[in-house]
Design a protein around this ligand. Structure first.
Ligand SMILES: Nc1ncnc2c1ncn2[C@@H]1O[C@H](COP(=O)(O)OP(=O)(O)OP(=O)(O)O)[C@@H](O)[C@H]1O
Ligand SMILES: [Mg+2]
Length: 133
């Protein structure tokens, strides 16, 4: 379990009950990455999950082996990756989700729907930048 994610979920959430579950897929392959960066990714996504569940709820972190073949990458241009084997990290929460109006902007630097002074709008652009690098 990520300590970054669990402490992010606990910070500032003393009055709400958030259940954090980690589901590691079977036979997870090894990947090469900077542990500080994965912590940063998990922390940003966990903080977003926490903020999205003001009344509490569930946050789930899953990791799976995935394989994109040529047919898949040709039909899913949004994946923007060459065919190959990857590790998928999925963070989900039981909050209200992101409306279709906001969705196209969530990776834009400084885009936030949080009240003034609450969010910088840099969390998801940071995650995107790390994943793209
Ligand atoms: N789990 C989520 N549930 C609902 N909306 C989300 C979630 N994650 C992100 N968002 C939306 O995407 C916007 C951008 O997220 P991002 O992490 O980049 O900035 P932020 O969370 O607003 O600010 P900061 O990361 O500095 O606290 C959020 O303001 C929110 O509208
Ligand atoms: Mg954020």
């Amino acid at each position: 379990m990520s300590t970054a994610a669990s402490s992010a979920l606990c910070t500032g959430s003393s009055e709400k009950d958030i259940e954090l579950t980690f589901i590691p897929g079977a036979g997870l392959g090894q990947i090469r990455l900077d542990p500080m960066q994965i912590e940063q990714i998990l922390m940003n996504l966990a903080v977003n999950a926490r903020d999205a569940m003001p009344e509490g709820g569930k946050c789930t972190i899953e990791a799976w082996n995935v394989c994109f073949d040529q047919e898949y990458v040709s039909h899913h241009k949004e994946v923007a990756l060459p065919k190959g084997r990857y590790a998928a990290l999925i963070v989900s929460d039981t909050g209200a989700g992101i409306s279709a109006d906001h969705l196209p902007h969530i990776f834009d630097p400084f885009y936030t729907t949080k009240p003034s002074g609450k969010g910088t709008g840099l969390g998801l652009p940071t995650v995107y930048g790390i994943v793209k690098a």
